[in-house]
Design a protein around this ligand. Structure first.
Ligand SMILES: *[C@@H]1O[C@H](CO)[C@@H](O)[C@H](O)[C@H]1NC(C)=O
Ligand SMILES: *[C@@H]1O[C@H](CO)[C@@H](O)[C@H](O)[C@H]1NC(C)=O
Ligand SMILES: *[C@@H]1O[C@H](CO)[C@@H](O)[C@H](O)[C@H]1NC(C)=O
Ligand SMILES: *[C@@H]1O[C@H](CO)[C@@H](O)[C@H](O)[C@H]1NC(C)=O
Length: 197
């Protein structure tokens, strides 16, 4: 049993590197849910942070022109009975003569526990999923809160909205690294839900 779990996890880890995430979902909008009424019901729009790099900024209530995203999975990846299939959250950058699907990554800042999720042109991004309530989560594959670390598939929901600077100072979606409170005092806890167009 233990060996088979490890084998499956290693197979998953290996496919994460090579899997092509080409099975694309229908388009959806991203809407915030929060106990804080300033942020509850706000949609997320891609906002410029650098050349072909976008963060996720607040964009008012849901309308027919709210920014659309997709979720790509791979038929090479096995599905978890609870968490579903891991995949990438994508934004399509529209250029003058090109369209480029960019996955969301979560680059960690080594000196802060607040990371700014970014869409960047890449073959692969962060492994995320949507639960049965359509809430966005990040996949964890190992648990190092026990020693030695163990393999464990879990969904994490450490989303916040904070005043960040990943190129520009904006109020953006943020991710808190680890289980503690964000060190950035502006952060407010949110959940992110997809609403199909
Ligand atoms: C998502 O899938 C579509 C359809 O296969 C593909 O065109 C697009 O490049 C993929 N996006 C990413 C970020 O892998
Ligand atoms: C909600 O968030 C805004 C913006 O960060 C903040 O000014 C306000 O105090 C928050 N409201 C509550 C009830 O925490
Ligand atoms: C591709 O995605 C669609 C809908 O999202 C799903 O019905 C289908 O089973 C997926 N196919 C594979 C090969 O994963
Ligand atoms: C980019 O996508 C939009 C919307 O689907 C389409 O209207 C446009 O022609 C595409 N542009 C290119 C260069 O493919």
């Amino acid at each position: 049993m233990r060996a088979s779990i490890i084998t499956t996890t290693l197979a998953l880890a290996a496919t994460q590197v090579t899997a092509q995430y080409t099975n694309q979902s229908a388009p959806f909008n991203l809407v915030l849910y929060s106990h804080n009424s300033t942020y509850d019901g706000q949609t997320l729009a891609a906002c410029h942070e650098g050349a072909a790099i976008e963060g996720l900024c607040l964009d008012g209530p849901l309308t027919s022109t709210s920014v659309q995203y997709t979720f790509n999975t791979s038929s090479d990846l096995s599905s978890d009975p609870v968490l579903g299939t891991p995949g990438s959250l994508n934004y399509e950058l529209r250029g003058g003569n090109f369209n480029l699907s960019s996955p969301l990554s979560i680059p960690v800042n080594p000196i802060s526990n607040v990371a700014v999720p970014l869409f960047e042109p890449s073959e692969s991004g962060a492994n995320v999923g949507f639960d049965t309530s359509d809430k966005l989560f990040v996949w964890g594959y190992t648990d190092d809160t026990v020693s030695p670390p163990v393999y464990k598939s879990q969904g994490f929901y450490r989303w916040y909205v904070c005043l960040t600077n990943a190129g520009y100072t904006y109020t953006t979606l943020a991710w808190v690294v680890g289980p503690h409170s964000p060190e950035n005092p502006s952060c407010v806890k949110v959940d992110v839900k997809r609403v199909f167009v």
